[in-house]
Ligand binder design. Structure first.
Ligand SMILES: *Cc1c(COP(=O)(O)O)cnc(C)c1O
Length: 386
């Protein structure tokens, strides 16, 4: 029986150092959240630009709550699609440079919704092995044939596409890989998609807002015409500091998603106040490029210091700077030692990352200071992270 096995399974998880538990945050999101009444220095939030608790964003949220109330009441297609949602979609499309954009309540749902609307059991979905769980789940849900290629291995991907006679192919990749921080080889993916007549979908959850002069993410960073990336997903809960996600693309793509995307149709719209707050975030993302510059300088400071300490870093120049430890138990111990020193960095373990590559996933925010980074480096040295 399903339920009678649970205790045993939980015990096994605990024994394998894979048990997960939550810490209760008693303050706004910031680089110094309060846990158990104690202020800690956090290096594991995805609030990369420090907008989650920005006064202007909060003000827009409150103002919209006064005008629209809290709940959206129903799905977008029923009566939940407010003027704030509509305006935000137009502004996101303008920002990215596509005909349209469509809001989803979360990034997870956006990925499920897009892939299951576009693919069926006659399609083939090519996914990087390190793609985010939501992209992998989406492929399962679509019932399409799934082909996973080794991380960023264009030669392998090309070979696999070559040997397929299927007309309905889609290549799906993270833009910035969420647990490694490295970038997809977007130029290569674009040319492969073109030569092999495959559709291309990029999930830029960790690039949007962070990369590029204006924060347009990987496309701007690499200098690729958005027309070459017909399906772009961005999330709003990370650099934008709010919640939700969007898909940017052509009129035809977006209208198709409105008709067919089940995680769009069968769910309540995000609160209008979240959309209103995000409109303000979007302004800040575009105008306050100092946040991206600051972030880059903190990343450079960390990489330099960490290299001097002999830490092995990954090939990442984004806000995600993981230190791979290997064993889950060791990673958990290090994470606990860090917390004893008032530093919050969670231990990322399988199945979030491959077996044997448990890590401290260190992330930076524009609201960290140079002193924060120095403190982190000192403590990493003290507790002998290598
Ligand atoms: C966080 C993340 C998602 C999910 O977005 P949510 O809005 O948190 O549901 C999707 N894709 C990637 C690559 C992510 O890192």
């Amino acid at each position: 029986m399903i339920l009678s096995e649970l205790e045993k399974q939980l015990a096994e998880r605990r024994d394998a150092h894979l048990y997960r538990s939550r810490k209760v945050i008693e303050s706004p999101q910031s680089v110094e959240p309060v846990i158990d009444g104690k202020k800690v220095l956090s290096f594991c939030s995805n609030d990369y630009l420090g907008l989650a608790n920005h006064p202007e964003v909060i003000k827009s949220f409150k103002r919209a709550a006064d005008s629209y109330g809290v709940g959206s009441g129903s799905a977008h297609l029923v009566s939940g699609h407010s003027a704030e949602h509509h305006q935000l979609e137009c502004e996101l499309a303008d920002f990215i440079g596509t005909e349209r954009a469509l809001l989803f309540s979360t990034g997870y749902m956006a990925n499920l919704g897009v892939i299951s609307a576009l693919c069926d059991r006659h399609s083939e979905i090519y996914e990087d092995k390190l793609n985010h769980a939501s992209l992998l789940d989406a492929a399962l849900l679509s019932r399409a044939k799934r082909v996973r290629y080794p991380h960023n291995d264009i030669a392998q991907l090309s070979e696999r596409l070559e040997s397929s006679g299927n007309e309905n192919k889609i290549i799906v990749s993270d833009g910035v890989f969420s647990m490694d921080g490295d970038l997809a080889p977007l130029n290569d993916l674009v040319s492969l998609a073109n030569t092999k007549s495959a559709a291309l979908m990029i999930d830029d959850a960790h690039g949007i807002g962070v990369l590029g002069n204006k924060g347009k993410g990987i496309i701007e960073h690499i200098g690729i015409d958005i027309k070459q990336v017909p399906i772009l997903v961005g999330t709003l809960g990370k650099a934008f500091g709010t919640a939700g996600a969007f898909v940017a693309g052509s009129e035809t793509l977006i209208e198709t998603l409105i008709q067919k995307s089940r995680s769009y149709i069968f769910t309540t719209a995000m609160p209008a106040a979240v959309a209103a707050a995000t409109r303000t975030s979007l302004q800040l993302v575009q105008t306050e490029s100092w946040r991206r510059e600051k972030l880059q300088s903190l990343i450079a400071q960390f990489r330099k210091g960490a290299t001097e300490l002999g830490l092995s870093l990954m090939d990442s120049h984004t806000a995600i700077q993981p230190v791979v430890i290997g064993s889950s138990s060791e990673t958990v111990v290090l994470s606990e030692k860090l917390l004893e020193k008032n530093i919050l960095i969670s231990a990322i373990r399988p199945p979030t990352v491959p077996e044997g590559t448990s890590r401290l996933r260190i992330t930076f925010s524009a609201t960290h200071t140079e002193e924060h980074v120095d403190k982190l480096l000192t403590v990493l040295d003290e507790i002998k992270v290598k």
